[in-house]
Design a protein around this ligand. Sequence first.
Ligand SMILES: Nc1ncnc2c1ncn2[C@@H]1O[C@H](COP(=O)(O)OP(=O)(O)OP(=O)(O)O)[C@@H](O)[C@H]1O
Length: 241
Amino acid sequence: MTVHDTEIAIQAADRQDRPPFVQIDRVSKTYRKGKLAVPVLDRHSMIIAQGDMVALVGASGCGKTTLLNLIGGVDRPDTGEITVDKTRITSLSDAGLTEWRGQNVGFIFQFYNLLPALSAHANVELPLLLHDIPKAERRARVDNALNLVGLQDRASHRPEELSGGQQQRVAIARALVTDADLLLCDEPTGDLDQDSATRIMELLSMLNQEFGKTIVVVTHDPLVAEYAHRTEHLTRPETAA
Ligand SMILES: Nc1ncnc2c1ncn2[C@@H]1O[C@H](COP(=O)(O)OP(=O)(O)OP(=O)(O)O)[C@@H](O)[C@H]1O
């Protein structure tokens, strides 16, 4: 299936009726270092529907990664509220936010962030070790996640024994293994050649369409943005240097 199919256009129209999944309400963020203040987001509001796939685009430094980190509860806004699937994450305690993140969000990064000494299987298993899950169930879940990304035969390989595209598929399996409904991807194809990038985007599209994952992708690549149902353009606040 290609991104230009009529089928997908019909699904995009359907999505407008779906409930909001991520609600960003007048969120502001300024980084401070000594006397230097870097305003990045100024009362930014945005709604992402359940099952949506959104590309965040904009000039370098406009705040795409910052917004992704706020949605994923890695960082907190100075003001404003963020609600994800009825949980107001901006009201959670630090411990509550960490626990919420571990259960509800899968992160996918440009440079994969795999642990080099561990096999693909052990890398994918890592998020499950934070939860009280019996070993047999952990194994079943990891096998299932590696199967989904087509890497069941590479489970014992370490990252250096895998191509960039395969490493990113391991990272996607790691993001899936907790069954998180929200996948946050920061330049997921930025380190890959075009064929591998296409394969990664087709995998993310499949997870969106067949498994209902809500996906936010930060990208500079117009081809990647084409896989999204819609594109959100960020700009720096006018007060920014
Ligand atoms: N921890 C931090 N401390 C201070 N300034 C920061 C911090 N993180 C980001 N910034 C600044 O905030 C601005 C937005 O950064 P961010 O990484 O969100 O942009 P981006 O749109 O993702 O950029 P790129 O496309 O280049 O990855 C930049 O000017 C950056 O220098």
